[in-house]
Design a protein around this ligand. Structure first.
Ligand code: ACO
Length: 323
């Protein structure tokens, strides 16, 4: 039996921090409103010329170092992103190039905020079927580039960043203890596309476009969809929420995280929160939260970790990982 084991995790946040007070100089908002409705206090913003693949490479280098591996050990790179440097090639191809890797394969997964969870499930399948042996799974975004900076309903919610995870295929006896990615559940329902989308693109307007969102509609669906996939993964693995050591949700909004935790019966002290400092970094939010909680010693080897995300499409998904 092959299992996909976590070997290392890394993260990167652009140097520039933008506070809610600074935001209130751009649009009619306040620190109080943003904190109360979202839990967000600040976000990081990529510098001019700093691209999604640059953020991703910084996170990837750290993950490789933590894994004790060289870039040349990697034969699969999957980047979850909606904000690749260019229309093509993929951000993953740029990451591969910048890391000096020329073998294996690299491609992006476009599932918006669920991108990292979709990428983990994809990499897990590649490793378990022998298509690759060592994967860099990355979530990286520069959402600051697709925001309408005059729309207070959306621009206050997002930030830039990247997180990376090294997964390695480990061959073990059938009765060996289970480690790594235990199970995943992925969903998409495109009927909801107009509730959260970017109003431009290659084959529609020929422009990049800006993010548009019906915030209340997203909120209404989020908790139910998240609970759905988390429960599905628990059922597939014969676990209960009581077995979880850590719940690492997509960091969109504190109220969504709290709502999902309450519905699933997961206590706050087992939930990793970074939305206050990072805001919503889309596909980067889950690996960034995993990075923060493993660096500060909360997530330890042997821990059972549930990751989940929900985003544009709608897409939603969850994975259960034995660290
Ligand atoms: N500052 C001050 N006032 C604001 C702001 C702001 N930044 N944004 C909106 N308002 C105003 C609105 O204009 C409105 O004013 P009005 O009553 O005079 O018209 C009022 O606040 C209420 O607006 P709502 O949109 O109803 O506010 P709501 O309580 O729903 O909060 C929010 C908005 C925070 C966006 C909420 O709907 C939400 O969190 N939705 C989830 C969206 C989300 O997290 N999306 C992320 C991407 S998807 C994902 O990652 C899961």
């Amino acid at each position: 039996r092959i299992q996909s084991v976590v070997r290392g995790i890394g993260g990167y946040l652009p140097k520039r921090i933008m506070t809610n007070d600074e935001m209130s100089k751009l649009v009619d908002t306040s620190d109080e409103w943003i904190v109360q409705r979202t839990g967000i206090r600040q976000r990081h913003i990529a510098a001019e010329g700093e691209m999604t693949s640059d953020l991703a490479v910084n996170a990837a280098r750290m993950a490789l170092e933590r894994a004790g591996m060289q870039a040349g050990d990697i034969d699969l790179i999957i980047v979850g992103t909606t904000t690749a440097d260019m229309t093509f090639p993929s951000a993953a191809a740029m990451v591969q190039h910048k890391l000096g890797i020329t073998k294996g394969s690299a491609f992006d997964v476009q599932a918006v905020c669920s991108g990292f969870v979709f990428a983990v499930a994809t990499a897990d399948s590649y490793l378990k079927t022998g298509l690759a042996r060592r994967a860099l799974v990355i979530g990286a975004e520069t959402f600051s580039r697709i925001l309408d900076w005059t729309d207070r309903g959306t621009c206050v919610l997002f930030g830039d960043g990247a997180g990376a995870m090294v997964l390695e295929a480990e061959e073990v006896a059938d009765d060996a203890p289970e480690r790594g990615v235990l199970a995943s559940s992925l969903r998409t329902d495109g009927t909801h596309w107009e509730k959260l989308y970017v109003d431009g693109g290659v084959s529609s307007t020929g422009t990049v476009g800006q993010l548009r969102m019906e915030g209340r509609e997203v909120f209404k669906h989020a908790v139910g969809m998240i609970s759905d996939v988390v429960e599905d993964v628990l059922e597939k693995t014969g676990k209960t929420t009581g077995d979880l050591d850590w719940f690492v949700p997509h960091q969109a909004n504190r109220r969504i995280i709290d709502g999902a935790g309450r519905k699933l019966g997961i206590p706050e002290h087992k939930t990793v929160i970074t939305v206050d400092k990072h805001a919503n970094t889309s596909a980067a939010s889950v690996p960034l939260a995993l990075w923060v909680a493993s660096e500060d010693g909360r997530i330890k080897p042997g821990d059972l970790v549930m990751i989940e995300a929900m985003g544009g499409g709608f897409t939603w998904g969850a994975s259960l990982i034995r660290w």
